[in-house]
Design a protein around this ligand. Structure first.
Ligand SMILES: Nc1c(C(=O)O)ncn1[C@@H]1O[C@H](COP(=O)(O)O)[C@@H](O)[C@H]1O
Length: 166
């Protein structure tokens, strides 16, 4: 994870408030990897690294990102603060907190004031995985090859579900 997040061209940026969020946010990265969507991952915190946050969010369009996935736990201000400084779509992943099991993260991310949207996913790794899929779906609107990969991924998922319990 580099100090300057805006150094390379990737379609998706995955950012998270802390190293401790990585085990959750890894699910988003794995999903994008499986679909061959270029992305990079950074630790950016509204609370602990506010200058890094501003540099990242204000530079995100020029850096070439098209979608931002932001995961944070507890007082999860990161997704909303990033969304306030960029017009790129921001998908928020509430990381499961110890004290309140992620309800604090979920409400912090979902309850944005009208005017600055954050697309909020479910708490934890399932939310991170779905953020990856949603980012891919957004990009697939203008990318036929990616749309085909996404369709294939879904077909594979369906085929893997047994008809009867074993
Ligand atoms: N919610 C935020 C922000 C932010 O919103 O900017 N920065 C860090 N954090 C969160 O603090 C939690 C505990 O972090 P530590 O494990 O580092 O103490 C993490 O889930 C992180 O996302």
């Amino acid at each position: 994870m580099s100090e300057n997040p805006n150094h390379a061209q990737h379609d998706v940026a995955i950012i998270m408030g802390s190293q401790s969020d990585w085990e959750t946010m890894l699910a988003a990265s794995k999903c994008l990897e499986a679909l061959h969507v270029s992305h990079d991952c950074h630790i950016v915190s509204a609370h602990r690294t506010p200058d890094r946050l501003v540099n990242f969010a204000k530079g995100a369009v020029d850096a070439g990102y098209k979608v931002i996935i932001a995961g944070a736990g507890g007082a999860a201000h990161l997704p909303g603060m990033v969304a306030s400084m960029t017009r790129l779509p921001v998908l928020g992943v509430p990381v499961q907190s110890k004290a309140l099991s992620g309800m604090d993260s979920l409400l912090s991310i979902a309850q944005m004031p009208g005017g600055i949207p954050v697309g909020t996913l479910a708490i934890g790794a399932a939310g991170a995985k779905n953020a990856g899929l949603l980012a891919a779906a957004i990009l697939a609107v203008n990318d036929t090859a990616l749309a085909e990969r996404l369709d294939a991924w879904r077909a594979e998922q369906s085929a893997a579900v047994a008809e009867k319990p074993q």
